[in-house]
Design a protein around this ligand. Structure first.
Ligand code: MLT
Length: 264
């Protein structure tokens, strides 16, 4: 069921399906909740699955000039209140959703039972990468999402290996192309100043699954494995024949790993 919920003057579009312990699925940049369709279908059989469109993306309004990862995390905590979620939840974020997961764990630790980060990074941007994001933010506001699609799409997927690939690629392109340019610019500005959390990871006291597509070109497996080793109670899972969009590219393999971790 898709719901529209008002939180502090922002109308959030949220997929809210199933009953039971809550799993919160947080999408990557510049996408929306529908990237988690395969996980929503699988886990709503046993859990309450909440998959929002983040501020400014998909069907959610409230785009700002810049949105920090901290702001996205606080939005989600307030959204959980508005959805009357009380007990601790499992937070699963992909890429930008992972940057938000770190901030959520720092700021709202008592709301969490487990953390899952997919195809993401712990490090901050290099000065060059941050400067490029600020340039891209201005370009998107002038020209719309096409330049972002052009820059990102070639890096998102492993070599196509099944009949489903063209449809998945088309659906991601569609999500990028229909994203609000103001939200894209705001998230770029927010990601450009996100903190490096590497030094904090040894203090992270939650069971944490770090999941990575073996061909991820944005958050490479070697980098993800290294930061997973810094987290005391962590597990690293490599998904074969997948890139940055592993949960969409290999939904069955990803769902199996998620279920084992969630039910352990
Ligand atoms: C994402 O998938 O969310 C992006 O690749 C994150 C980023 O641009 O760093």
């Amino acid at each position: 069921m898709l719901r529209d919920i008002q939180v502090n003057g922002v109308q959030f579009r949220v997929a809210d399906e199933g009953l039971g312990p809550v799993i919160l699925f947080v999408h990557g940049f510049p996408l929306n909740h529908s990237m988690w369709q395969a996980q929503i279908e699988e886990f709503s059989r046993t859990h309450r699955v909440i998959a929002p469109d983040l501020r400014g993306f998909g069907g959610t309004d409230g785009a700002l000039y810049s949105v920090s990862m901290e702001q996205f995390a606080d939005d989600l905590a307030e959204l959980l209140d508005a959805l009357a979620v009380e007990g601790p939840i499992i937070f699963c974020g992909l890429s930008m959703g992972g940057y938000i997961a770190w901030q959520f764990a720092q700021r709202h630790r008592n709301r969490l039972s487990k953390l899952i980060v997919c195809d993401t990074r712990a490090a901050a941007d290099s000065p060059e990468a941050a400067a490029n994001r600020l340039k891209m933010a201005d370009i998107v506001l002038r020209e719309g999402p096409e330049p972002v699609a052009w820059a990102m799409m070639p890096k998102l997927f492993a070599q196509c290996s099944s009949d489903r690939c063209p449809a998945i690629i088309a659906s991601v392109r569609q999500m990028v192309m229909t994203s609000n340019p103001v939200a894209i610019a705001a998230a770029h500005r927010g990601m450009a100043v996100r903190p490096d959390v590497t030094g904090w990871l040894p203090t992270l006291d939650l069971p944490t699954l770090v999941l990575c597509g073996e061909h991820d070109a944005i958050s490479p497996a070697s980098e993800m494995k290294s930061f997973a080793e810094l987290i005391p109670d962590s597990e690293f899972a490599l998904i074969a024949e997948a890139g940055h969009m592993a949960p969409m590219e290999q939904p069955q393999a990803v769902n199996a790993v998620l279920r084992r971790f969630i039910e352990a």
